[in-house]
Ligand binder design. Structure first.
Ligand code: NAP
Length: 284
């Protein structure tokens, strides 16, 4: 948007912390590129202030917003309706002001699977997939993999009860196993795709590794949702062991692209969004 032009629509992200978010730069660049007089802002909303913040955004006639940690679950209490997918996941990351009110969606799973498809292609449905972790991101990823018809899904988590609960949540959609970590580790050579959805390896604890790489299936894909650092120690190790690797940038861009489409009706230039994010992360 040109400096002297008034924004006709306002969008944003609410979270705590939120200052590091790359969503403003990614969306504002795309608004300018699409010649839309819109503006996207990061709003720092602390726990305990969410209800007031959402009411404030409504009063200001914001057109839509993203929701990030730690508000993705609680925000559902303050919306008029929750889309079926977000309800299945149990969290909202995108809110849209529609004719019938404020509607909550979740674009994290779709964003992730779109990026995974760039590596897995048509083989995804028939792949045997291990998901490490059972938090909010795992719920989004597993729900979408199940929706896409992946038939062999295994989830494991440090806290086994959470993996069991996740299995129950998606069991009507897919045949999914919840397996204790030592057992899943023994099965490592059987997985075509291993997805780390835990925060293990994220900055500043960059030396931590979530999964062993000495018994990987030849040619398997190791995928990390983390994008800071761009290539985690685990992905580096997996690559040395011969795996194909995928970081979390594609998921971040993908969730943003689906949100952008919901707000504007326009499918954005995803390559451009990717380039903007990579530039700000110090990548190519
Ligand atoms: P969350 O709900 O807090 O879940 C965290 C998960 O990590 C849980 O399964 C937790 O296990 C596990 N975990 C944490 N520390 C661990 C440790 N030391 N050893 C083993 N497991 C550990 O968080 P989330 O929202 O799902 O986010 C998880 C990761 O995904 C973060 O790194 C986040 O940055 C990333 N993410 C990326 C994107 C993207 O756009 N690329 C989007 C969303 C999230 P317990 O249940 O046992 O505690």
């Amino acid at each position: 948007m040109e400096k002297n032009m008034q924004a006709e629509k306002l969008f944003g992200v609410i979270g705590d912390p939120v200052g590091h978010s790359l969503s403003p730069v990614m969306h504002n660049d795309q608004f300018a590129f699409q010649e839309l007089p819109y503006y996207y802002h990061a709003f720092h909303v602390k726990p305990g202030e969410l209800k007031e913040a959402v009411n404030g955004l409504k009063a200001l006639h914001v057109s839509g917003f993203n929701v990030t940690v730690p508000h993705k679950i609680e925000v559902m209490n303050y919306l008029d309706s929750i889309d079926e997918e977000a309800r299945m996941i149990g969290a909202v990351n995108t809110v849209v002001k529609e004719e019938n009110g404020w509607i909550g969606y979740n674009t994290d799973g779709k964003g992730y699977v779109e990026s995974l498809l760039t590596k897995a292609g048509e083989t995804l449905e028939n792949s045997s997939i291990l998901v490490i972790g059972a938090g909010g991101a795992a719920r989004a990823v597993i729900s979408e993999l199940a929706r896409r018809g992946v038939r062999q899904l295994t989830v494991t988590n440090r806290t086994s009860a959470k993996a069991e609960a996740l299995k129950e949540r998606v069991s009507e959609r897919a045949d999914i196993r919840a397996v204790p970590t030592p057992e899943a580790e023994k099965d490592t050579p059987s997985f075509d795709i291993i997805i780390n959805t835990t925060s293990v390896g994220m900055s500043p604890h960059v030396d931590n590794i979530p999964w062993r790489t000495d018994h990987l299936k030849p040619g398997c894909i190791c995928s990390d949702l983390i994008y800071n650092p761009l290539k985690t120690a685990w992905l580096q190790e997996a690559e040395r062991a011969g795996a194909q690797v995928l970081n979390g940038v594609g998921m971040f861009v993908g969730q943003g692209a689906f949100a952008f489409q919901k707000w504007t009706g326009i499918w954005p230039d995803v390559d451009r969004m990717h380039a903007v994010v990579m530039h700000h992360l110090g990548g190519n």
